[in-house]
Design a protein around this ligand. Structure first.
Ligand code: AMP
Length: 395
């Protein structure tokens, strides 16, 4: 086996991992530890097309990762033969300091910890993952790849909120964006698919998963993105509001007696498609729409309206548009959302081809007509591959 990178994405109660050969982007092994800290946890490890699953308690991230490494030894690939040259860690919030990957040392760890207030759930879990991985794999370099890095040099006009300057500076309130690794990978891949230099393309990337974000990318540089200080701003998401008048918070607190924590929970976990239609999976939403459920119909309309609005806004930010690319769970699989969100954008030069758009899309594909001035694409995102690539390029 040639050299590989172990990519780790730790969440508050989970660890996702992939062992990747970065040159060709081949996934050698992958897996997921879930329900860390709960009564019974679950670990699935996939190697050579075979799944091995364990159901047992994982007291903490350290226990979970140790069991993962055991499985590498027991079912393969053996760590000694795997040729791991680096461990790449996904870190959600890198503030404005990190514009690219960073070799983990005590300073980087301190920075990630210092940024916890800006992404409390994510950065704490990411930090924990790095700490246990460094203990268990002390002989390889560990690289942090930040979700915010691609957006760290957004133009000031796009990154700045029109908020009192002193307050904003003191509390580091600005737009950091998220999903940057995906937007970077997808916009670069889109350029190769259309066969034009990245430098001359004005692109909109729509990363539509359970979390969702849009970006405006010109010449490979991000000029704007829909997620803000946190991943709550922007598009309608599975359970998050996206853009909402901040005065709704004052209203709910003053007149509804909601606490700040209740509003946080309402906006982040009980809103979006779920809040509007009762559940957040797009497949089920479409079934409800087909069955004539008016709330589900409205949810889909609100979702598509917001998308259309962002595409129009970003065409203005970019001064024109060459490529629109869909990615992530909904972007790659949901032809209805793709069709409904692009409807009415013919004036921008966007014309979808119904046949090319049909169904779930597993490989990069053009879904616009040959005469469409803007090329519309689906490019499956590969965040782990991009993390592996960046880790290796840093080293
Ligand atoms: P992600 O966060 O990128 O993993 O995307 C997860 C979301 O993708 C789920 O919540 C679903 O709404 C959506 N999704 C996955 N598969 C499909 C599908 N076949 N059709 C429509 N939506 C899908």
């Amino acid at each position: 086996m040639s050299s590989t990178v172990l990519v780790i994405n730790s969440g508050s109660s989970s660890i996702k991992y992939q062992l990747i050969e970065p040159e060709q982007g081949i996934v050698v092994a992958s897996g997921l530890v879930e329900r860390i800290g709960e009564h019974t946890g679950r670990l699935r490890h996939t190697f050579e097309g075979v799944d091995t699953t364990l159901s047992e308690p994982f007291a903490d991230h350290g226990v979970g990762l140790r069991r993962v490494l055991d499985l590498f030894t027991e079912v393969g690939p053996g760590l000694a033969d795997a040729g791991i040259v680096a461990v790449g860690h996904r870190v959600v919030q890198g503030g404005s300091r990190y514009s690219g990957p960073a070799l983990v040392d005590e300073n980087v760890l301190a920075d990630i910890e210092e940024l916890i207030p800006l992404a409390p759930l994510h950065n704490r879990a990411n930090l924990r993952g790095i700490e246990v991985a460094r203990e268990l794999l002390p002989d390889v370099p560990h690289v942090a790849v930040f979700d915010t890095a691609f957006f760290s040099d957004l133009p000031e006009a796009a990154a700045t909120y029109a908020l009192d300057r002193e307050v904003a500076e003191k509390y580091r309130v600005r737009r950091y964006g998220a999903h940057g690794t995906s937007h970077q990978y997808v916009s670069r891949t889109a350029a190769t698919i259309v066969g034009r230099p990245l430098e001359e393309l004005r692109q909109v990337v729509l990363h539509l998963g359970n979390g969702a974000s849009a970006s405006a990318v010109s010449g490979g540089r991000a000029l704007d993105t829909s997620m803000g200080m946190t991943p709550l701003e922007g598009l309608v998401m599975g359970t998050r509001t996206g853009d909402i008048d901040p005065a709704v918070i004052f209203h709910l607190a003053r007149n509804g007696g909601f606490t700040i924590d209740e509003i946080d929970d309402l906006f982040n976990r009980r809103s979006g498609v779920k809040g509007l239609a009762g559940q957040n999976d797009m497949r089920e939403l479409h079934e409800l729409v087909a069955a004539g459920d008016p709330a589900a119909r409205l949810a889909l309309d609100v979702y598509s309206h917001r998308l259309r609005k962002y595409v129009g806004a970003y065409a203005a930010v970019l001064g024109g548009l060459d490529v629109v690319t869909f990615t992530a769970g909904i972007g790659e699989n949901d032809d209805i959302v793709r069709a409904e969100s692009m409807r009415g954008l013919e004036f921008l030069g966007i014309e979808l081809d119904a046949e090319r758009n049909a169904g779930r899309i597993k490989e990069p594909r053009v879904i616009s007509t040959d005469s469409s001035r803007v090329t519309v694409l689906v490019v499956p995102t590969k965040e782990e591959q991009e993390i592996a690539r960046q880790a290796v390029s840093l080293l």
